[in-house]
Design a protein around this ligand. Structure first.
Ligand code: AKG
Ligand code: FE2
Length: 325
């Protein structure tokens, strides 16, 4: 069993990130997720066909190729069906999302939580900022719209900048899980070592996309950038101030990852309108959520509520911030 050492924790404090190779077993730990996503994709495609968003269901294609083709033909609409969390804007009662039992089991995976405990202690809340990212080959994103360019690359940012200011003092750990291999050809992460030391950096509105995303200007990122190449089951831990980005996928297959966040239960999550849950508590074990159906129901209730009461859009930096000129 992989146990994170004190030396590794020291490295995390110093560099702002830590890659733990083979923390999860690709077959035993990620297999159920991969299996669940076969059905997620089947159901998503059936729904998209019913809605007239795609004409072909591409049954018979291997998973990755089918995702890529349907994503392209649906102009990105498929993406929401594959992600866990709801979008920031435009939530309706029919907005797709995926909160299945295999995802829940991974969020609560004991070996993952043992690792998280080393960073934030034994009281662990699953932060609702949690994503499944399936990045298709860039060639399938040629007819780029805003949503597709968001999938293609991730701009330089700190996760602290993606939540509300009430979470500025929260201890939030980002946990990035490699489901497929990730490398410099298929769109792996880039990390700027030591970039976490000066707190929250300026982020500017990214004109490449209408989508609400804000990027740290190149000049603030620094020259030292490390590509994080991973194999299935490798897990990257990032501090909320560590600057990171990801490359486009120039290969033929998909690049699949999850990024999850955890914080102590008493700390604001930065997305207060979305539901999280207690994943582990030594102090109050009875507060742990253990039922995947309860978790899925919480998301559905939230979706219904937010469809009627949209959350106020938040951007940490104004679009016309003078420092961004
Ligand atoms: O996987 C990616 O492209 C981006 C991941 C990310 O930004 C994160 O894990 O916080
Ligand atoms: Fe991030």
């Amino acid at each position: 069993m992989t146990q994170i050492t004190d030396a590794e924790l020291g490295q995390f404090d110093d560099q702002g990130y830590l890659l733990v190779r083979g923390l999860l077993d690709p077959d035993r730990d990620l297999g159920p997720l991969v299996e669940e996503y076969q059905t997620v994709l089947d159901d998503a495609v059936a729904d998209l066909v019913t809605r007239g968003a795609v004409q072909h269901s591409h049954t018979g294609l291997p998973f990755g190729e089918r995702v890529s083709r349907v994503l392209e033909e649906s102009d990105g609409a498929l993406n929401k069906y594959l992600d866990i969390t709801l979008p920031q804007k435009g939530i309706s009662r029919a907005t797709p999302m995926h909160c299945g039992p295999a995802v829940f089991a991974l969020l609560r995976h004991p070996r993952l939580l043992d690792a998280v405990e080393r960073f934030i202690g034994p009281e662990i809340y699953s932060n609702p900022t949690q994503h499944v990212r399936i990045k298709p080959p860039a060639k399938h994103l040629a007819r780029t719209t805003s949503i597709l360019s968001e999938i293609d690359t991730t701009v330089w940012h700190q996760d602290a900048g993606t939540g509300t200011a009430d979470a500025d003092a929260s201890r939030i750990l980002t946990v990035w899980i490699s489901v497929t291999e990730a490398n410099q050809k298929n769109g792996c992460l880039l990390v700027a070592p030591g970039s976490h030391r000066n707190g929250l950096a300026l982020h500017c509105h990214d004109k490449r996309a209408n989508y609400s995303r804000q990027a740290i200007p190149e000049r603030l990122v620094g020259k030292d950038r490390v590509a994080i190449e991973t194999a299935p089951g490798d897990v990257l831990f990032l501090s909320k101030y560590t600057m990171h980005a990801s490359l486009p996928n120039k290969r033929d297959g998909i690049r699949w990852s999850l990024d999850l966040r955890y914080n102590p239960p008493s700390h604001p999550t930065g997305r207060g309108w979305f539901p999280g849950f207690v994943a582990r508590s030594r102090a109050e074990p009875e507060s742990e959520m253990t039922d995947p159906a309860e978790w899925a129901a919480a998301w559905r209730q939230t979706r219904d509520h937010l469809a009627a009461n949209p959350p106020t859009a938040f951007q940490r930096w104004a679009e016309d911030d003078p420092n961004c000129a």
